[in-house]
Design a binder for this molecule. Structure first.
Ligand code: PLP
Length: 451
């Protein structure tokens, strides 16, 4: 391929990147990833980089699994595309829907496919509103979500999300979407114990439902563990109370499992880790380990009964795309064959916890938020008071992310939190290597701050 500098120049000139400014690209040039194997990426200069983010929280199987490519090629030869509109179907979509119904908890037995998590959350918005309208309650149309949540970038999903910097662009949120606080005990709960804090944050949902009127509220949507919002692990009291409130007020519960699903928290789904039974689960990312773009909504019997009885005028050309569905099925087959969920629970999560305990001794690290193989380390100038760096603009996180890059490690930062979400196949030895590189990056960040 072309030399790195030329690739970077072309990239900055013609390629518009998500969540990136062109100035940044033009000044520094993107790091160009050319190959990957296991948990390691190789860039265009030949550096081997430990990917502690599994791409974007998705490459759960790790990179370079030859079985996945073989299945994709076979499916492309056999049937590269057919749609699932207007009374047609095909084997990969049928088989994947049936497999997901088997894996999903409770009576979540029906799948509406999409190309991504954002599309799936848009489906949820329309499907839930259609559900209540079909039941004779069209005014039950409002959604409640959480501040700082990320549910995708389309107009609907971006509105469900609670990131104000996203709302500022393009006139979001659309009407009928409301946000309550997230259960971020580390950042906002220093004054109370975690159990009381979790309960108080859950009760905000009830207050919002009562303010709007239960007959107006269609659904509450949240991730079991908030991911892009900073890996916010809720206190144990939070989810049982949320489930109770939703049931009491006949509000549907949507668990966005785009990150938490498919083993990330040590169970197949984050809802199982949190002990809840949602009415709908949003899935994407780990469904195919990121090898093919596919997402969907898994819905309960009671919702499917209503939606299947009407013509739901919604769908995507690539809903249930045969190649993506075949790749997702292969991903799930490998996950079962290699007991990857058990590996997360019994081997990798305890090994990650050891590394996080070591890193928590670092003077910059204020604590550990972790569930299975998703974690965040908030950076602080003062552990005991959980003080924030001045302005809390993410500068410290940014500096640390750059120091990770310099040490051939990818950790993402959300504000002043460092985020960890490695491939689920990561071994204890590889986690030790992660710990070493992360410590070096923290040391370098500490040195910069002292200058
Ligand atoms: N929901 C959650 C919780 C996510 O983290 C994401 C993406 O990061 C999405 C939805 C959107 O998924 P996609 O990027 O596939 O549209």
């Amino acid at each position: 391929h072309l030399p790195t500098a030329e690739l970077q120049a072309l990239d900055a000139a013609h390629h518009m990147h998500p969540f990136t400014t062109n100035n940044e690209l033009a000044a520094k040039g993107a790091r160009i990833i050319t190959r990957a194997k296991g948990i390691y990426l190789t860039d265009s200069d030949g550096n081997e980089i430990l990917d502690a983010m599994a791409g974007l929280w998705c490459v759960n199987l790790g990179y370079g699994r030859p079985e996945m490519g073989k299945v994709a090629a076979r499916q492309m030869d056999e049937l590269p595309f057919y749609n699932t509109f207007f009374m047609t179907s095909h084997v990969p979509a049928i088989a994947l829907a049936a497999k997901l119904a088997e894996l999903a908890p409770g009576d979540l037995n029906h799948v509406f496919f999409a190309g991504s998590g954002s599309e799936a959350n848009d489906t949820n918005l329309r499907m839930v509103r259609t559900y209540w309208a079909q039941k004779g309650q069209p005014e039950k149309s409002h959604f409640i979500s959480r501040n700082n949540a990320y549910h995708g970038s389309t107009v609907g999903a971006g509105s469900l999300g609670g990131m104000t910097y996203m709302h500022e662009q393009g006139g979001l949120p659309i009407p009928g979407i409301h946000h309550i606080n997230q259960p971020d005990w580390w950042s906002e709960g220093a004054e109370s114990n975690d159990r009381d804090f979790g309960l108080a944050r859950a009760k905000e949902l009830e207050a919002k439902i009562l303010e709007l009127g239960a007959d107006k509220v269609a659904a509450f949507i949240a991730e079991p563990v908030q991911g892009a919002g900073g890996v916010v692990v809720p206190p144990a009291t939070y989810w049982p109370e949320i489930q109770r409130i939703c049931k009491k007020h006949d509000v549907l519960l949507i668990a966005d499992e785009v990150i938490c699903g498919f083993g990330r928290t040590g169970n197949w789904f984050g809802s199982q880790t949190m002990g809840i039974t949602p009415d709908i689960m949003t899935i994407a990312k780990g469904l195919s380990s990121g090898y093919a773009p596919i997402g969907g909504s898994i819905v309960s019997d009671k919702i499917a009964e209503v939606i299947n009885a009407c013509e739901f005028n919604h769908g995507y050309t690539y809903s249930g795309h045969p190649v993506c569905a075949a790749v997702a099925l292969e991903n799930l087959r490998i996950m079962e064959e290699e007991s990857i969920v058990e590996h997360v629970r019994d081997v990798a999560a305890p090994a990650l916890a050891d590394e996080l305990t070591m890193l928590n001794e670092h003077p910059l690290v204020g604590g550990v938020n972790v569930s299975g193989l998703m974690a965040s380390l908030p950076l602080t100038p003062h552990k005991e008071s959980r003080a924030r760096f001045a302005g809390n603009k993410g500068d410290v996180g940014f500096i640390c992310r750059e120091n990770c890059f310099a040490n051939n490690l990818i950790m993402r930062h959300v504000g002043d939190r460092m985020i960890i979400s490695p491939p689920l196949v990561i071994t204890p030895e590889e986690l030790k290597e992660f710990g070493k590189r992360a410590k070096k990056a923290l040391d370098a960040t500490y040195a910069t701050l002292k200058e």
